[in-house]
Design a protein around this ligand. Structure first.
Ligand SMILES: *Cc1c(COP(=O)(O)O)cnc(C)c1O
Length: 357
């Protein structure tokens, strides 16, 4: 009788699953979720809207009404195509699969969002990580050298980057795009609601750039909807590896409904979180021994004297953050704190003060 060892790829057998801790009963500040729920009346309206969805039917593969609304609300330039994913995670996987020619490489500054490297691994293409500088800013010269050396098929730039929060200087991004003329450059704008800067208006200026967004960090992480915008020349090809019916009917209906409430609900919450980010950054920076890195996301990367001790103290106070200190040498003793509600942030600060006088 066969066993998984006989059948499953060796590199898959050697992997560990993506760990998602059980957060029941915790103040959850580990995953960059928007901490606010929908207003009651709006949640009820959404429920009625979803009740009208035909669950017996397969979803539209390219839902025109949703895509048109998304284009209008998110300011996608005319002439762009839009591809939807089950979260941007799925789009990242699709890009790796579509570009996995023999010998192809995928390049990104590191530390970076883990899915870039994972998608390369799954598609069996080589991942090239280019370390940031010690202060976690972009090492543009190293990026240019690595692009010249490796000629990657795909270059990822998260704008701003996760887990560092860094928003790369515009002229550095331009130099990388110019140097990566042989590559597809994917600008990942998952945190656009908090950075308020975007390459989307300029995406068609370059022949080799696509912009990826998600509604997750804006407050809809649960519905799993990401999108890619760019020239149809690129998107028509990537669309060929999209699993059919990848965005389910409830997600499509919820997104269409919520896109009418970006300005009155989700943007208001994002503005709140931006203000909280500043307050939290100042308060954490005032604690003994901390370094708070500048962040354009809804999170802060913080270096402390002993990340494990601080993490354990927060856990004991039932506060869950992300201990990223072992992810990359540049993140030694670093924690990533998601910006929560004023009350959650106050609880986190009180716990931090127990270990950092
Ligand atoms: C959270 C995150 C994503 C993934 O978003 P989903 O749409 O929820 O899959 C993509 N890129 C970066 C940089 C992120 O931090």
């Amino acid at each position: 009788m066969t066993t998984p060892k006989d059948v499953i790829r060796g590199d898959v057998l050697a992997m560990t699953s993506y760990p998602v801790p059980d957060a029941t009963g915790f103040v959850k500040l580990d995953a960059m979720e928007n901490p606010y729920e929908l207003p009651d009346a709006l949640a009820r309206q959404l429920g009625e809207h979803l009740a009208g969805v035909a669950l017996n039917r397969y979803p539209a593969p390219r839902p025109a009404a949703l895509i048109d609304k998304l284009k209008r609300v998110m300011g996608v330039p005319a002439g762009c195509a839009v591809l939807l994913g089950n979260g941007s995670d799925e789009i990242i996987s699709m890009i790796a699969v579509a570009c996995a020619k023999p010998g192809a490489k995928l390049l990104a500054p590191v530390p970076a969002f883990v899915m870039y490297q994972m998608s390369a691994k799954f598609a069996q293409i080589e991942f090239v990580g280019v370390p940031h500088r010690a202060d976690l800013t972009l090492d543009t010269e190293a990026m240019l050298a690595a692009i010249a050396e490796h000629r990657p098929a795909v270059v990822y730039l998260a704008y701003p980057n996760n887990p560092t929060g860094t928003l790369y200087p515009e002229e550095d991004v331009e130099r990388i795009i110019a140097a990566a003329g042989q590559s597809l450059v994917v600008i990942d704008e998952a945190y656009q609601p908090f950075a308020q800067k975007s390459w989307l208006p300029r995406v068609l200026e370059f022949g080799n750039v696509v912009v990826m967004r998600t509604v997750s960090k804006l407050g809809l992480a649960g519905i799993r909807l990401g999108y890619l915008a760019g020239s149809p020349v690129w998107l028509d090809e990537l669309d060929k590896v999209r699993p059919p019916y990848n965005v389910n009917v409830l997600t499509q209906a919820a997104a269409e409904f919520m896109l009418d409430h970006i300005d009155d609900v989700l943007e208001v919450q994002a503005a709140d979180l931006r203000a909280e980010r500043t307050r939290l950054a100042d308060a954490v920076a005032a604690l003994q021994g901390t370094t708070v890195f500048p962040s354009a996301g809804n999170f802060l990367l913080v270096r402390v004297p002993d990340a494990d001790a601080v993490f354990e103290t927060l856990l004991a106070a039932r506060i869950l953050v992300k201990n990223v200190s072992k992810i990359h040498p540049l993140l030694a003793n670093c924690l990533r704190l998601t910006v929560g509600t004023p009350d959650e942030n106050a609880q986190m600060l009180a716990a931090l003060k127990l270990v950092l006088k």
